[in-house]
Design a protein around this ligand. Structure first.
Ligand code: GLN
Length: 208
């Protein structure tokens, strides 16, 4: 199991002023913003390279990965984002996970940050969106209280290699979350639920 930030992380949170960025080019960045705020973390919307300065971590939201990638190119964010992900905690949800990957099995701008391959829209049209309760032992009370995972035209992580590790699978073994050091990829959208435990986990990761 990949290392969690541990309870020390949250304790440190109380003493330090943490700022987590949310890439705000396209997608559901405002939902991430509100959850971070509810956790007492200062969120900062990132639209330009200079917005990354001084951040403790970054979230790349769900949306449309091709659009996020094209806008990141247009705003000269690709190199700064790649550099940032080498030095800080970065979490991609759904489209954000695709954008973090090294391979999306088609040509589109990617950060090439995580040793994962993804298959976009892997659940097909019939099941555009659904919610599953996933046991997630690394979250607070995650064994007894499974996490409500919301999937919307979601990707599957088809392979995890190199330094990346599988974090969560569906009951049939398909991979829906991976971690590589302080990089995190989830196929689903914790920002669309009222359960803040995944955000807490990421904040702890960013402090570790
Ligand atoms: N299907 C989108 C993509 O391939 C991701 C959907 C989402 O973020 N909910 O980029």
């Amino acid at each position: 199991m990949p290392p969690a930030g541990g309870s020390l992380g949250l304790r440190r949170l109380i003493n330090t002023h943490m700022e987590i960025g949310i890439l705000a080019l396209q997608g559901d960045f405002s939902e991430h913003h509100d959850i971070l705020q509810s956790l007492g973390v200062s969120p900062r919307l990132v639209k330009l390279p200079r917005d990354l300065s001084g951040l403790d971590g970054l979230i790349i939201p769900g949306g449309e990965s091709t659009t996020i990638g094209k806008l990141a190119e247009a705003f000269d964010l690709m190199t700064p984002l790649r550099q940032f992900s080498k030095e800080h905690a970065v979490w991609g949800t759904c489209a954000g996970a695709i954008f973090l990957s090294k391979d999306a099995q088609r040509s589109q701008p990617l950060l090439n940050a995580m040793d994962i391959t993804v298959a976009r829209n892997a659940f097909g049209r019939q099941v555009d969106s659904f919610e599953i309760r996933l046991p997630a032992p690394f979250l607070k009370d995650g064994k007894e209280k499974p996490f409500p995972a919301v999937f919307i035209r979601a990707p599957i992580i088809t392979s995890v290699y190199g330094d990346a590790q599988v974090l969560l699978t569906l009951a049939d073994g398909r991979i829906v979350a991976a971690q590589q050091g302080r990089l995190l990829a989830t196929s689903f959208h914790p920002e669309l639920t009222s359960d803040t435990r995944f955000h807490q986990y990421f904040v702890e990761l960013a402090t570790s």
